[in-house]
Design a protein around this ligand. Structure first.
Ligand SMILES: O=P(O)(O)OC[C@H]1O[C@](O)(CO)[C@@H](O)[C@@H]1O
Length: 624
């Protein structure tokens, strides 16, 4: 850690903002001491403001309104004097020497007083992380430990059994990958004589990490190329299978699902198995499962005798599973050095155990998030990597941050409606897409630039105009955008790495995993469950159940002689679901678009006139 402290400390100046009195007085009775951002006046250039504000912790919705009104940064809210800014830069710069990673938080306007006020909360968060790493039930709703940090440092696992499990799983992944890549394990009926492709079937945390890492790190000619089925979109699945063509015979299918019962993943598997049948291929000889022991997927793979099975541990969440078999097996098969990824993550974890805020990069990120979003997600996190290979980092972080932090209730059961929205693609491409709005439009975000210093492998660079390389342009675009945004009071963080390597990617993943954990502690939420996802899944199940009833009703009417086309009202009545008529309409419109329901009268554009029937009568269904 090479934080150079003290250089920038100027004499503290006190500037208490007059806030909206009406709101303040309304809330005053319920106020508790709580760190909030002081607002600077145009004349105030000091970095060391001391301001104490109080806001209502009990009412986050109100809090966000108060902060929008009373604490919103104005044009003069951020330091603009170049000399003071340089001192601030130097004062707060974090460097991880071994990783060659820098974190610049100077373009986020937190004050020293804010940092002081947050100190107690940070110390509590550090203690919570320490407990978590020791094996505490950090996910209380699901009664689970949270152990993704042990994956890169197994000796930290809370007992020898878990340590051995982790080590064995890693050895098994590496040795299986070696055997596949070397051709020791062969596909049964491929003329190539070895596996050439990976088809990864999984969704959410069972896809996003492997996708990000493949895009970031796979060599130009990997030993096995990877494709993904990460949805239940039939056309998307067909596309992936069609792209494989005859190479399906040399494709290793890795089905990834922690629960082993996610419908999209099951559907992907069924579709792939059908393609194998149609091609006359023996799926189990090319199938690999990564899942929890005894899950539906695990049992299926065991009973059918799939080529291999790898564990997903109960104490590793989907969105933090990149360093488990979920991420390591696909990576190793593409020739990516997974032990280097783990080493990078372990080094970053070590740094993030510091209880000194300035020395802890994850805590610094969490501090910036809290400041920028008022601790209530009032601003979005825009992730802008200036490197094509990091394109999917923002998509990866979207799940990590939003599924972890987007929670209705806090750990005490109070309504919190927490979260931070994440989006972004890559610079400088986004310069020509939405940066216009960031610079001048609605001020509802903060940016994180990801900078990669090495433009190209050594020896490959050239000057496309005197003294300037292509990479210099990319560098210039990043620095220019950072400056232009800041000049308009748009805050930004910059994370800098030397190169995109397994080590630096491992470190980046670890950095954000820990920042999410720390931030969750700061705002007192459980970062490790996802109850909200269940509501959508349940509702989808209900739609499919209703569709079965609609089909039965239409079938009965279509088996009559003559066929009896039905109106939507008639279908809804016969389904005993008049209140679901809109959903019934959508089900029928979807079936009609796929030639599974036929329109006798009217059109889907005028639902009242619609009369439908089925093209065929299914007699078996009639008496089922
Ligand atoms: O690995 P599984 O169990 O198939 O789950 C996939 C994804 O679904 C979720 O459970 C909910 O979207 C994610 O947390 C998870 O990463």
């Amino acid at each position: 850690m090479a934080s150079i402290s003290g250089i920038c400390s100027s004499s503290p100046s006190l500037k208490l903002q007059k806030q909206s009195l009406s709101l303040t007085s309304i809330l005053r009775k319920e106020l508790v001491a709580f760190p909030a951002r002081p607002k600077l006046t145009s004349n105030d250039r000091s970095l060391n403001l001391v301001a104490t504000q109080s806001v209502a912790r009990e009412a986050p919705a109100e809090l966000s309104k108060v902060n929008d009104g009373a604490f919103a940064k104005d044009k003069a809210g951020l330091e603009k004097d170049p000399r003071a800014l340089w001192l601030r830069y130097v004062d707060w710069l974090y460097q991880h020497k071994d990783l060659g990673l820098y974190l610049d938080v100077s373009r986020v306007g937190f004050t020293d007083e804010f940092v002081k006020q947050m100190e107690t909360r940070f110390q509590a968060a550090f203690r919570a992380m320490e407990e978590l790493e020791k094996g505490a039930i950090a996910n209380p709703d699901e009664g689970r430990m949270v152990g993704h940090y042990w994956l890169r440092d197994p000796k930290r696992a809370p007992n020898p059994f878990l340590k051995t499990q982790i080590e064995n799983a890693l050895d098994a992944v590496c040795s299986f990958a070696n055997d596949i890549v070397s051709g020791k394990i062969k596909p049964p009926s491929s003329p190539e004589g070895r596996f050439t492709q990976i088809l990864s079937v999984g969704i959410g945390g069972s896809a996003l990490g492997p996708q990000f890492v493949a895009e970031a790190l796979a060599p130009d000619n990997p030993p096995l190329k990877i494709r993904f089925i990460d949805n239940t979109d039939p056309a998307g699945i067909d596309h992936q299978i069609a792209q494989l063509g005859p190479e399906l015979a040399s494709t290793l299918v890795i089905v990834i699902s922690k629960s082993g019962g996610t419908p999209e993943t099951r559907n992907g598997l069924l579709e792939v198995q059908k393609a194998f049948r149609e091609a006359g291929l023996d799926f189990p000889k090319q199938g690999v499962a990564i899942t929890q022991e005894n899950s539906l997927l695990d049992n299926t793979a065991r009973i059918e005798g799939w080529l291999a099975r790898f564990p997903m541990f109960d104490w590793v969440g989907g969105r933090t599973s990149e360093m488990s078999a979920v991420g390591l097996l696909p990576a190793a098969l593409q020739g990516i050095d997974v032990r280097e990824m783990l080493a990078g993550a372990a080094l970053m974890d070590e740094a993030n155990r510091s209880t000194v805020l300035r020395n802890n990069p994850a805590a610094l990120l969490a501090l910036c998030w809290y400041w920028a979003t008022d601790g209530v997600g009032s601003k979005d996190m825009v992730i802008l990597p200036y490197k094509d290979s990091l394109l999917l980092f923002s998509r990866y972080l979207q799940q990590l941050v939003m599924e972890s932090l987007g929670k209705e209730f806090d750990l005490d059961g109070n309504r919190a409606n927490q979260g931070i929205s994440v989006y972004g693609n890559k610079g400088s491409t986004d310069q020509h897409a939405y940066i216009q709005q960031l610079r001048e439009g609605v001020h509802n975000f903060f940016v994180t630039f990801i900078e990669v210093l090495r433009d190209r492998p050594p020896g490959h660079d050239w000057e496309l105009e005197p003294g300037v390389t292509c990479g210099d342009y990319l560098f210039g675009m990043l620095q220019g955008t950072r400056s232009a945004l800041y000049a308009n009071d748009r805050e930004s963080i910059t994370v800098t790495v030397q190169e995109v390597t397994p080590r630096s990617v491992g470190a980046l993943i670890a950095l954000y995993e820990r920042a999410v954990g720390i931030y969750a502690s700061l705002v007192n939420i459980n970062a490790y469950h996802q109850p909200g996802v269940e509501a959508g899944k349940k509702a989808a199940g209900e739609v499919l159940a209703l569709q079965k009833r609609v089909l039965a009703v239409l079938n009965e009417a279509s088996c009559k002689d003559p066929v009896e086309p039905l109106t939507l009202e008639e279908v809804a009545d016969r389904c005993h679901a008049p209140e679901d008529i809109e959903m019934i309409y959508k089900i029928i419109a979807h079936m009609a678009a796929n030639d599974r329901a036929l329109i006798a009268e009217g059109s889907c554009g005028s639902p009242r006139s619609l009369k439908v029937f089925l093209g065929e009568c299914n007699v078996d269904e009639l008496y089922a």
